[in-house]
Design a protein around this ligand. Structure first.
Ligand SMILES: [Zn+2]
Ligand SMILES: [Zn+2]
Length: 336
């Protein structure tokens, strides 16, 4: 077959068909028809061909990376479309910025993502570069430094029951106070040293004195001090820490299924009776109480006997802190 190199290239793998076509030269097939139909076949079977950016795209990225510094790059995919850039904040924490470039880069803004507690919004114009994008990311990291300092101190000096492995975007910590007693705090990334949203979790007889202290001492909250220090002062307690206690003392397994984690849930329901105080998963206790012939339900509260002490216990449905009945257990006040 006499044809140009492009067509020869396209025909690679189709030799048998070409031979067949050539044996019937009078059937109206010419080089042009063949080229068009083969191109269609080729494009249909390899759809990514359509989205391959022009050569300038690659030259642009290489030049932008040279300005930014290749040492910042941790990964780039084969298509040169997704790159991961590493960064360090002023406290020495490592962070990762994932950038998904568009085929029309830099005319079209890339998609950026990172493990942050706030949405990452970047300003992009057709003249923007990866270096400018990276500088914006560093500013966001700097803005969040105080937030991460607050949480790092809590993670280091207390036993965290939830989340199991906190990520940089997690704003919630459930901190162990004692056996079956914990406090859930929700730190605001924008005001990390203000009084966070707090929720005490545990049996009522243990929660009530702490809740009273929290309400009475709230005015002592000092926004210049860390959240951990303030919590100690306001609650008048020392938190058990990895230096003084074993975690196993706080991760008591569920009295029904005998495990600690049930999917992601931990046993956060505690028997009302101060002498019992056995913890259960909400789902396990719900199934248990519902199966009892003596089970009663009043609105969203289920009553029934505790499988351990046989005293009547109750389960409030559809709330995280269902165990605590007083509505003022959760504080949303802020000292701002
Ligand atoms: Zn369970
Ligand atoms: Zn009990």
């Amino acid at each position: 077959l006499h044809c140009g190199w492009e067509l020869k290239h396209l025909l690679r793998g189709y030799e048998a068909i070409v031979k067949q076509v050539n044996q019937h030269p009078n059937k109206g097939l010419n080089e042009e028809v063949l080229r068009v139909s083969l191109q269609e076949v080729g494009l249909k079977s390899r759809p990514e061909c359509c989205s391959i950016p022009p050569p300038q795209y690659y030259a642009q990225i290489i030049s932008e990376m040279e300005t930014l510094g290749w040492d910042k790059m941790v990964h780039i995919d084969m298509e040169f479309q997704t790159l991961k850039l590493k960064a360090e904040d002023s406290s020495g924490r490592q962070h990762m910025l994932t950038v998904r470039l568009k085929a029309k880069h830099p005319a079209e803004a890339p998609e950026c993502s990172a493990d942050l507690p706030v949405p990452l919004s970047v300003t992009w114009t057709p003249q923007s570069t990866l270096e400018q994008l990276y500088s914006q990311f560093l500013l966001v990291l700097e803005y969040l430094t105080e937030f991460w300092d607050v949480l790092d101190e809590i993670d280091e000096k207390t036993w965290i029951l939830e989340p199991e492995n906190p990520s940089r975007s997690d704003t919630m910590r459930r901190i162990a106070i004692g056996n079956n007693l914990s406090i859930k705090v929700e730190v605001d990334p924008r005001h990390p040293k203000m009084l966070p949203e707090c929720c005490l979790l545990g049996a009522e007889h243990a929660v009530t004195p702490l809740r009273n202290k929290l309400n009475a001492n709230m005015h002592l909250w000092n926004p210049d001090s860390s959240v951990l220090h303030n919590l100690r002062d306001v609650l008048e307690i020392e938190f058990p820490s990895p230096a003084t206690h074993e975690k196993s003392g706080f991760s008591v397994e569920c009295g029904i299924c005998y495990s600690y984690r049930l999917e992601s849930a931990i046993p956060d329901q505690v028997c009302n009776d101060p002498r019992c105080g056995q913890p259960f998963h909400q789902a396990c206790l719900y199934e248990w109480l519902r199966a009892l012939p003596t089970c009663r339900q009043s609105f969203s509260v289920i009553f029934g006997e505790c499988p351990y002490c046989s005293k009547v216990t109750r389960l409030h449905l559809n709330t995280y802190s269902q165990y605590i009945s007083a509505p003022d257990c959760c504080t949303q006040q802020s000292l701002s």
